[in-house]
Write a protein that binds this ligand. Structure first.
Ligand SMILES: [Zn+2]
Ligand SMILES: [Zn+2]
Length: 260
């Protein structure tokens, strides 16, 4: 197995790895999916450690990056890869940054509450969110073919306008980004978020057939697909109780919660 002082690498199956940053309060996961012809890295983490070092040890194939959404904790090391994709609705964010959110605010958030030593060469004072031009954009219904492994893109806005969920149709894995994870609330309470869209997106992913495992981008690695049933009843309850709007607070369901 791969040893790295910053990243924890866990093997999900012979061709799939989680690359996690447990030393940071966000507990963020990136995922490496290896196919016959190429590999896909879903997100690149916080940008604190050298994730390219890790992926280079795990595969010799070329690695292309798919972005669940353009928040700093998911695009940190995009600059280490030649080819990355973002949803078309967040093209402006990756090129120019998010309006209303300063680099200094992001720097403070990304460099606080770190519980293990950061890699040599990492300077928290110099942290800046990644910016760059993607090789292509994503939209609803796009397919990525890794040779023997097919990924389908679902546009699932709400937490952010160009958030995507990625379904590995070959293995049944559903990579839900910041739309669905356990422990801490998934949220839509920023001006750039949209509670109605978030709930519609939750409803959509709950209806995807053939899901064997759900992988959110934070907290517990790998969730039982029964969480999608909990999502369906959560959506019903949120609608019935008229809670889908800014300021209604945190709403708890079986193993997850949402905050508006
Ligand atoms: Zn996010
Ligand atoms: Zn996140």
């Amino acid at each position: 197995m791969i040893r790295d002082d910053w990243f924890t690498v866990q093997q999900i199956d012979s061709d799939t790895y989680a690359i996690s940053e447990y030393g940071h309060w966000e507990k963020v996961h990136s995922f490496l999916l290896i196919g016959q012809d190429k590999a896909i890295l879903i997100d690149t983490g916080l940008g604190i450690g050298n994730i390219r070092d890790v992926t280079d040890q795990l595969t010799e194939l070329r690695v292309e990056v798919l972005t669940t959404h353009v928040h700093a904790d998911h695009i940190g090391s995009h600059g280490q890869f030649d080819k990355f994709y973002v949803h078309e609705d967040e093209l402006d964010w990756i090129v120019n940054g998010i309006k209303g959110r300063t680099d200094e605010q992001i720097r403070k958030d990304m460099t606080r509450d770190i519980t293990i030593p950061t890699p040599p060469g990492f300077d928290p004072d110099a942290y800046r969110p990644f910016r760059g031009v993607p090789v292509g954009t994503l939209k609803e219904g796009d397919f990525f073919d890794l040779g023997n492994r097919q990924l389908r893109i679902y546009h699932t806005p709400g937490h952010s306008p160009g958030h995507v969920t990625i379904h590995d149709e070959t293995k049944g894995y559903l990579f839900t980004g910041d739309l669905l994870y356990d422990k801490t609330p998934v949220y839509a309470f920023y001006p750039t978020t949209n509670p109605e869209d978030l709930v519609r997106s939750l409803e959509r992913i709950a209806g995807i057939a053939g899901v064997s495992r759900v992988f959110g981008s934070h907290n517990t690695l790998g969730l039982d697909p029964q969480i999608l049933g909990e999502v369906q009843s959560a959506v019903r309850e949120l609608r019935e109780r008229d809670l889908i709007k800014f300021g209604t607070g945190t709403h708890r369901f079986g193993s997850f919660s949402v905050q508006f």
